[in-house]
Design a protein around this ligand. Structure first.
Ligand SMILES: CC(C)(COP(=O)(O)OP(=O)(O)OC[C@H]1O[C@@H](n2cnc3c(N)ncnc32)[C@H](O)[C@@H]1OP(=O)(O)O)[C@@H](O)C(=O)NCCC(=O)NCCS
Length: 225
């Protein structure tokens, strides 16, 4: 099995009840004021717990033993039976889908799901490096939206792996190689981070969504289910 497992879960896959949450998670859910945040948070927790079950080998009935807390910087923190669970975990939500990736070891890992939509030239000029802008300019117009979304998503995944999120300058991360290599339906690109080395960046396009996973070191296609 690949050391990274990932899953995409759609709104319709959410269980009707909340018995898969811990007491602490149910209290947290109660505290959200906005319905969209509540829905995104819930679907993200569900996807993360499905991924954790897969990598742990535990049964569906064990799902509420997992808790996904949040660090002060917003990063997800997995626990099993209230104790730290030493894996790499990341999650993302977009347009009634949630995507989560988990690595068996506690390596730096970030994932992202983005809906493919048109983005302006100003967006590219503001957030992309010169070399990324060159790649976008060279792209076939029919591939432009997907390429921009992919580069953006790879940056987000990498910044999640570094736990800085978008507080960092998105131009401090450069997406290179752009997925010339492919493995089991996933492209493999690289991201180079100013002062923080390189990440492998797995990406896949499907269903008008781009999925990316940034992981420190070499990567192989994830176990996706
Ligand atoms: C991380 C960030 C890029 C996510 O971007 P987004 O496109 O809005 O959202 P996504 O759906 O792709 O990802 C959201 C998930 O990223 C994770 N996340 C949030 N901050 C993170 C961080 N610093 N590092 C790693 N992962 C983080 C969380 O699991 C979050 O989902 P949750 O809040 O439901 O648990 C963005 O939230 C950000 O830049 N945050 C900066 C840090 C910040 O402002 N923290 C506020 C303290 S709570």
């Amino acid at each position: 099995m690949s050391p990274v497992s990932c899953t995409t879960q759609a709104r319709q896959q959410l269980p009707a009840g909340l018995d898969w949450l811990t007491t602490g998670e149910r209290e947290r859910l109660e505290g959200f004021r906005f319905d969209k945040r509540r829905r995104d948070w819930l679907l993200g927790r569900w996807a993360a717990k499905v991924a954790l079950l897969r990598i742990s080998g535990l049964a569906r009935s064990d799902i509420s033993r997992f808790e996904i807390d949040s660090a002060p910087n917003g990063a997800p923190v997995p626990r099993l039976d209230g104790r730290p669970y030493p894996v790499g975990l990341s999650l993302s939500h977009s347009h009634d889908r949630a995507f989560s990736a988990v690595s068996k070891e506690a390596v730096a890992l970030g994932c992202d799901i983005e809906w493919v939509e048109p983005r302006s030239d100003v967006f590219v000029e503001t957030y992309f490096t010169e070399s990324e802008r060159t790649d976008v300019d060279a792209a076939d117009p029919s591939d432009r939206d997907a390429l921009i979304t992919k580069i953006w998503s790879a940056k987000e995944s990498t910044l999640k792996a570094l736990q800085t999120g978008l507080q960092a300058d998105t131009r401090s991360v450069e997406v290179v190689d752009n997925g010339d290599r492919a493995c089991k339906g996933w492209g493999i690109a690289r991201t180079i981070v100013r002062d923080a080395g390189e990440f492998s960046c797995l990406w896949r396009l499907g269903d008008d969504f781009v999925l990316t996973i940034a992981v420190r070191g070499a990567a192989e296609a994830p176990d996706e289910y």
